[in-house]
Design a binder for this molecule. Structure first.
Ligand SMILES: [Zn+2]
Length: 104
């Protein structure tokens, strides 16, 4: 079970976007990284490749290490640590260690 999932809001705790929040677009478990909307944006200079791709400067989010983000709790709206627990129906969910609300 992953600490951070797609659609989560996360707070960046390290790097140039420290202190900013964004929504997780893609999690890359193999690399322990995620792509977060508006975070870690890289400018890429593209060469024109014909009429369909005119080139220019393209801004793209680069993956950021999951070690540098903390999930923001949807209930208490704070960056928190998450725990895991198993519900009565057998579902495993994440919960907020601060306010005890379930994440999923
Ligand atoms: Zn909470």
């Amino acid at each position: 079970m992953k600490r951070v999932k797609k659609e989560d809001t996360v707070l960046v705790s390290k790097g140039k976007d420290r202190g900013r929040t964004g929504t997780v677009r893609i999690v890359i478990p193999k690399e322990n990284r995620a792509i977060v909307g508006g975070i870690n944006v890289m400018k890429r200079h593209m060469r024109p490749r014909g009429p369909q791709q005119p080139g220019g400067i393209i801004e793209r989010e680069a993956p950021i290490s999951l070690a540098n983000v903390r999930p923001v709790c949807p209930s208490c709206n704070k960056p928190v640590r998450v725990g895991y627990r198993v519900l009565a129906d057998g579902r495993k969910v994440r919960y907020c260690k601060k306010c005890d609300a379930n994440f999923d």
